[in-house]
Each structure stands twice: as C-alpha cells, then as structure tokens.
Design a protein around this ligand. Structure first.
Ligand code: PHE
Length: 340
C-alpha cells in the first residue's frame, strides 16, 4: 500500500468512526464531547490527520487535500444530523415538563345556550313579570289531553293518523293510543285537572307534527302556551296581556290585531298578529277557553272564564333575529349557532 492509499483509508475510517460516535451520543454533552474529539481545532483527530499530510509526497498532496475536505464535510454534516435528532427528541419532553405560569392559558372552547333555549328564557322572564308561572307537561301524550278534553272529537281531521306522530302499537297503553303531542294546549288540561281556579300559567316546550321541512316548517317546533282562568276574565284581558308581552319582547310599542278564527277549545277564537317591521305578522292562535273545556276539567263555566293562547317560539326568535330558515335551528351548525 502506498503512503497515499494509507492516508486516504485513514480518512475514511475517521469519517465512519466520527459518524458512529455522533449517532451514539444520547445527551447534548456527549455529542459536544464527540465533536471536540473529531472536529476540535486543536486536539481533534481530523486536525491530527491533516497535520500528517506533510509526510506525503508533494505530488500526492492535492489528491489527499481534496479527500480531506470531503471527509471534513461528511463529518460536519453527520454532526449536524445527530444534533438535530437529539434536539427534536429532547425538545418534546422538555416543553411538556417546563411549566411557565406567566403564559396565557389555552382557553377551552365553550359552547353556549341554543337560541331557542335563550328565547324560552326571555319569554319566561317577560311572562313572569305579568304574573304567569311556568307549568310543564309530557311530550308523549294520550288522546284525552291532546284532543278529547280540548273538545276535539274522534272524527275531527286534526286526529288523522297522518297528521300526527302516533306511537307504534307495541308502545300503546291499555288506556288508548299514545302520540307525540301536537300542541302545548295539552298542558292547559293537565294544569286545570290538578289545580282549582284561578290559574295563570305559561308552558313552553316541543310539539311534533309530520310536516315536510321547509324554510317555515319543521316536524318539531316549540310553542308557548298561555292560560289564565279566573272570575270575569274577558277578551280585553287577553288582548292586553298579548300586547304587553309583544311590546316587551319585540322592544317597541307593538299593536296587536285579532282576526276571527276557529279552534275547538276556544270560543271565540282568533289569530293574533303583531305589527312588526311595518307589517302584520301572525304569531299564533288564541281565544276564550271554551265552556266544554272548563267542564271537561271540572271547572264551573258559570263561575269562571278564561283565555288561552299558543305562540310559535321559533317564529318569535326568527323575527327578532332576522333568521329566515327554521331548519337552521336543528342543523347543529356552529357557524349559525355561534351568532347568538
Ligand atoms: N294549540 C293551538 C295550535 O297549536 C294554538 C292555540 C292555543 C289556540 C291556545 C288557541 C288557544 O295551533
């Protein structure tokens, strides 16, 4: 082997050794030690070999010098690679364990109350100020509370199985079929059955009808039912209460208009419209409680009278917030929900 060949081989061996020394370093300190051992400017092994170049024939030195530079670059890049590998491995646990109490925290994303629930809270608040307390009833009802006691007889079209969500046969009780309530007027009956007059309640909750969903219909929606029964209650009381309610809710002096209508459980019956944004908007039905209904719950129609109303909660919320599609409430899209 010539002296040149021997020299070149020493360089290759050094490169291999240095690379494996860098790779086996497990701490920054060990890596630094290896760097000094191989690349150190004074005592480094590469430096030592470089010094040995003087022993070679003058003619061999250019080739040896070229090889030396190449090996130096290889060792340096092996060092960089090892340093980066050690850095990423070391950085991860370090940031996890290092706790800086002065940094702002990660704010968890909080949800908030659904716009319909918010509306319900506002409605309860307003009606509470008018002396109405909150009553509740079940969403699964029998025909007595959803129809019969409300003066809706068996042949009435509102009882058509296709107009209602009747429960499957297996779910039926001995007392008769059950259905998802189609109106909150059921709660009128439940309250009057349980309490002697006077009563002054509202009830807010879900009702179900097999409607095809579009911008203004959805098979599930919410109603606010109101019921006031006492001595000498008149339609003027109904109109005053609705007007005070609408003025509070819509935030300005709202006019209320009654249009003649029909409901089996009120007589007379009206559609209640509020003058809002320069137009009449229908918000629900109302009327004086039909004497048959008072009788059905054991009240004396000669002694007491009352009014009832049923307003659409979605409609109230949509008007106030300029929401144009009822389906938005039930899509669960946070981009919509976040706005309220
Ligand atoms: N229950 C009626 C409906 O769902 C609304 C209503 C309630 C009408 C109370 C009169 C009195 O359409």
């Amino acid at each position: 082997m010539t002296a040149l060949e021997d020299y070149l081989r020493q360089l290759d061996t050094l490169a291999a050794e240095a690379t494996s020394a860098f790779q086996s370093a497990t701490t920054p300190e060990q890596l630094e030690e290896a760097r000094v051992a191989y690349l150190g400017a004074r005592q480094g092994k590469l430096k030592a070999i470089q010094k040995g170049m003087g022993q070679l024939e003058r003619a061999d030195r250019p080739e040896a010098g070229k090889k030396l530079n190449e090996v130096k670059r290889r060792i340096e890049s092996a060092f960089q690679a090892a340093k980066e590998a050690l850095g990423t491995a070391a950085a991860a646990p370090a940031t996890r364990t290092r706790f800086d109490p002065t940094l702002p925290g990660d704010r968890p994303r909080l949800g908030h109350v659904h716009p319909i629930t918010q509306t319900i809270e506002v409605l309860k608040e307003i009606m509470g100020r008018l002396g109405f307390s909150v009553a509740e009833g079940p969403e699964i009802e029998d025909e007595w509370h959803n129809f019969e006691a409300l003066n809706i007889p068996a042949a009435h079209p509102a009882r058509d199985p296709l107009e209602n969500f009747y429960l499957a046969t297996a779910e039926r009780q001995a007392d008769g079929p059950l259905l998802l309530r189609s109106q909150t007027s059921t709660v009128q009956i439940r309250v009057m059955e349980a309490t002697p007059p006077p009563v002054r309640i509202i009830s807010l909750g879900r009702v179900y009808r097999p409607d095809t969903a579009d911008a203004t219909h959805y098979p599930l929606f919410h109603q606010m039912e109101g019921l006031l029964v006492d001595r000498h209650v008149t339609m003027a009381d109904l109109k005053s209460v609705l007007r005070m309610f609408a003025t509070s809710y819509l935030g300005e002096d709202v006019h209320v208009r009654f249009r003649p209508s029909f409901f089996p459980f009120t007589e007379p019956s009206v559609e209640a419209d509020f003058w809002w944004n320069d137009e009449w908007v229908e918000f629900g039905g109302a009327g004086m409680v039909d004497p048959h209904v008072l009788q059905a719950v054991g009240y004396d129609p000669e002694a007491v009278s009352g009014f009832a109303f049923g307003l659409g909660v979605e409609r109230l919320c949509m008007r106030r917030h300029q929401i144009t599609d009822i389906r938005e409430f039930y899509r669960n899209d946070v981009r919509f929900l976040r706005q309220f």
